[in-house]
Design a protein around this ligand. Sequence first.
Ligand SMILES: [Zn+2]
Length: 86
Amino acid sequence: MDCIFCGLIREGTASWVDRGPVACAFAPLNPLAPGHTLVVPTLHYADVFETPPEVLAVTTALVQRVAEAARTALNASGVNILSASG
Ligand SMILES: [Zn+2]
C-alpha cells in the first residue's frame, strides 16, 4: 500500500522545491494559494503522531525555510501553515 506522497517521492515526478534524505518539499498539483507548497518527511509516516521527533524537527526546519522563501518571493505579509493529522 502506497500513499500519493510516497509515489511522487519514489518516482521523482513532483515539482520539487527541496529534496533531502529526511524531508522534502514540492508544489501540489492544484495549488490553493500562491506559494502553496507541501512539506513532508521523505519516508512515510501516517501523521504527526507517528513521526519520530528528530524527523519532525528536520521537517519543521524545512517548513520554516520554505515559509521564509515564499514570504520573500511573494512579498507577502505572512504565511499559513497547516498540518492535517487524522
Ligand atoms: Zn507515504
